[in-house]
Design a protein around this ligand. Structure first.
Ligand code: HPA
Ligand code: ZN
Length: 326
């Protein structure tokens, strides 16, 4: 079997996808039109041309601008449904989807509107596509811990519609420990815990995500390879890293895809997975990430199998259900 065919066809779980980052320019223009929201770009093409990033912040500025067209429950449903159909096409059978409620509640959109729209799409994915999908609420780390607590309070009436919490947005200057108390509260509530760490930030942020936030997975985590002791800890405790190669390329974390350290992470025995992060902005969905990374770095069929297996192992599906994916 040809390797690209294997990569495309193997069942996989996607564990690092920001639903607002799946909003394609065409849908941004459509929603801007139907909601009467002004956007500072004349056309889909002009918007796409603005997707030239130099670092995380340069991306986040345009990503939050794009999300400003989301107003109604239908908008949130349509965005998530478009992603889930793409995921089905990539043979994603399980998706754990991040959403950023503060990006919307700050504009006057109700928490209920956000969660219900996204959750309806997840339910429909199970019945119509056979894709199992769950939501993970992310706190914006450039905002305060107090605001994270308020967001948690607003979301708790819909506690049964999300499985965990995460931490995203501008990393450097906003270390995990800033959110230690709210994560402790989420832990008491039985929520799964993840956090972005070691995307642009130092290995120290991965250490505090593990030891102070007690996260079960680290999102990105690629900077960990700078700290041999941290690499041993991640391997020994089987902490999954949700790696996003095309994101790292587009945000200049690595100068070229050939320079990506995915192979190094696997060789060190880490439970790395491959994911798309913000596919509408970074030039590809999960299969594009697999295909381009394998092409650039010469990973093998054995490593493809390992990555697919890792994605299920690292997922939050119940242990007895995991067996059917092995
Ligand atoms: N890093 C931090 N915050 C984000 C990202 C990311 O890659 N994508 C969307 N929000
Ligand atoms: Zn991310």
């Amino acid at each position: 079997q040809r390797l690209p065919e294997l990569l495309r066809r193997m069942p996989k779980a996607e564990l690092h996808i920001h639903i607002e980052g799946s909003l394609e320019p065409e849908l941004i223009f459509e929603m801007a039109r139907r909601n009467g929201v002004a956007i500072p770009y004349a056309s889909v093409e002009e918007l796409r041309r603005a997707y030239a990033f130099t670092n995380l912040q340069s991306f986040l500025d345009i990503y939050y601008a794009g999300a400003s067209v989301l107003i109604t429950e239908r908008d949130f449903f349509d965005m998530a449904w478009a992603y889930l159909e793409k995921a089905r096409g990539d043979n994603v059978v399980r998706a754990e989807i991040f959403f950023d409620p503060q990006t919307h509640t700050a504009r006057g959109v109700e928490m209920e509107t956000v969660i219900n729209g996204l959750h309806r799409a997840c339910e429909k994915a199970q019945t119509d596509l056979g894709v199992s999908a769950s939501l993970i609420l992310c706190f914006l780390r450039h905002l305060s811990e107090e605001e994270a607590f308020e967001t948690l309070e607003q979301a708790l009436p819909w506690r049964d519609k999300f499985i965990g919490v995460g931490l995203d947005s501008s990393e450097v200057g906003h270390p995990p420990e800033k959110f230690a108390r709210v994560f402790a509260r989420c832990r008491e509530l039985g929520l799964h815990l993840v956090a972005h760490a070691g995307e642009e930030g130092p290995p120290a942020y991965v250490w505090t995500a593990l030891d102070l936030l007690k996260v079960e997975r680290v999102d990105h985590g690629v900077q960990s390879s700078k700290d041999p002791q941290l690499m041993r800890r991640l391997a020994q405790d089987r902490i999954p890293l949700t790696v996003c190669p095309l994101s790292n390329l587009k945000l200049c974390v690595f100068p070229k895809l050939q320079d990506h350290n995915l192979r190094q992470l696997l060789d060190a025995g880490l439970m790395a997975t491959v994911n798309s992060d913000d596919p509408a902005y970074f030039g590809g969905y999960v299969n594009d990430n697999f295909l381009q990374t394998f092409e650039a770095t010469g990973l093998s069929a054995q490593q493809a199998w390992q990555l697919a297996n890792n994605s299920f192992e690292a997922s939050f599906i119940p242990a007895q259900e995991k067996r059917k994916y092995r």
